[in-house]
Each structure stands twice: as C-alpha cells, then as structure tokens.
Design a protein around this ligand. Sequence first.
Ligand SMILES: [Zn+2]
Length: 290
Amino acid sequence: MIIPQLADNLTRSGTCEPPEMCPVCGQKTVLKNESGVETLYCANADCPAKKIKAFSLFVSRNALNIDGLSESTIEKLTAGGFIKEAADFFRLDEHREEIAQIEGLGEKSFDNLIASVNNARKTTPARLLFALGITGIGSANAGVIARHCGGDWDRIISLTHDELVEIDGIGDVMADSFVSYFADEENKRRACELRDELEFEDTGEQKEQIFEGMTFVITGSLSHFSNRKELQELITDLGGKAAGSVSAKTTYLINNDTQSSSSKNKKAKELGVPIISEDEFLEKFGIESK
Ligand SMILES: [Zn+2]
C-alpha cells in the first residue's frame, strides 16, 4: 500500500488555540495535563454547564437513577431556579404549580417525575457516593468503598487517606480526591442533606459475598444486562472484582461468543482462564436471570 505524502494541513487541525474563557459562564479556563492528555477545564465551580453535567451524573442509572430527567429537563429546572443543588431534586414537589407550567413539562410529566424521585429515595450508600461525582470515584469504586464500610454512611464520609489506600483498588490519587472532597465543608453539608432525603435499603453486608477473591473480565455484548457496567456492579456487589483485561489473576472471562478469536479470548486460552457465557455465569452462581 502506498502511504500518501502530506502536502498541506488543509483543515488546519492542531492549530487551534484553546479558548481562554468558558463559552458558557465567561470565566477563566485552565489547561490541565493529565498523564499526557491535555484537557481544558472551566475553573468556575458554579459554572452552569458544569452543574448540569454534575446533575446529569447524579440522576443517571448507576447513581440515584431518577427516571425521566433528560439533560434538557435538568436545564429547564436549573434555569427556573428549582434546582440549585442535588438535594433540590427531592424538594421539587414544593414547586408543583410553577414547574407544571414550564414548556414541555405539564402536570402529567410532573407527576411522573415526582414518582421517579420518590422511587429513587430508596437507594444504597454506594449509589449516593457515586452520585456525588467525586473525581476518580466511579460506580465500581464507590461500591468497593461502601462495602468496606459495611454501608455505614458516616463511616464512609470520614474515611482517612490511610484507610482508603488499604482498600483494594483504591490508589493514592483517588484517596486524595476523596479526602479533599469531604474536607470541604460545603460538600459535606450537601452530602448530609442528601443523606437525609434518602432511605438506604441495604448496607451491602447482607448480600452473601459469593464472588469473594474472584476476578471477572467481561467482553462482547450482553443480553441479560443492559450493559457491562450493570454486570460489573452485580459482581462487585457480591464481593468480586471486575477487571478490564485478562491476566493470570482472572478467574473467568465472560463472553457470549465463547469461540470468538478476540484478543481477550486468545489470552484467556493461553493462560487457561475459563471462558463462560452470560447464561453459564448466571447458572453457575445461581443468579436469577433478568
Ligand atoms: Zn464555565
């Protein structure tokens, strides 16, 4: 194959100067270099665009899972002044008449929204922890941390750096970010107010930790779970680990295409790691199919 020679950069890619101001709030931006990748941030903690992203994470499936709150609905509620911080989602009922008048909402959607909000009150410490959006704390890590504390919320939020790094999978950077989040009085107040709106349904200790000491790698598409994250969450909930790549430490590779010639399958075969399908996984561990 002939590789064409580059004569000119016609699109002028790579020549763009990053904006100095946030296009949304007009405040200064900062360019951070994170392990070789330059990322542009808006430094304003109250930037509306950042808030909307944070609220979207808060209501997302693996977080508080509040149905029916698209980003555009969140934008409308924020613009109307009904949502200033996450706990306000649980106080929407106080503004029934005004919210029902917002274009595109109406009484019916409002009732549905309130129903979803009330459903979401029953949740887990792990979901709340993930929902806070602490840098580096994804839903799997939130689960690991919550379980480590036996689902005791007060214990979770007072974890020290030393305690955190002793938890499997939590490194220095994550521990720093976690500790500095709760060291901020405002963050702590918000987290406590949220906690008061919620009812934790399980502490994470009640579930039998059947996957203790096991590491799973999931690849390919799934049919019983809506995505890999959901299956990973189930595994970590029951004491197992979900890893991204196959190694000698992998207990099982879950792949519905057990004959696939993907690199993960090859690696598993090389290392003698058993490859099981989703169905085999569910059957083997007596997990009710969804
Ligand atoms: Zn901004």
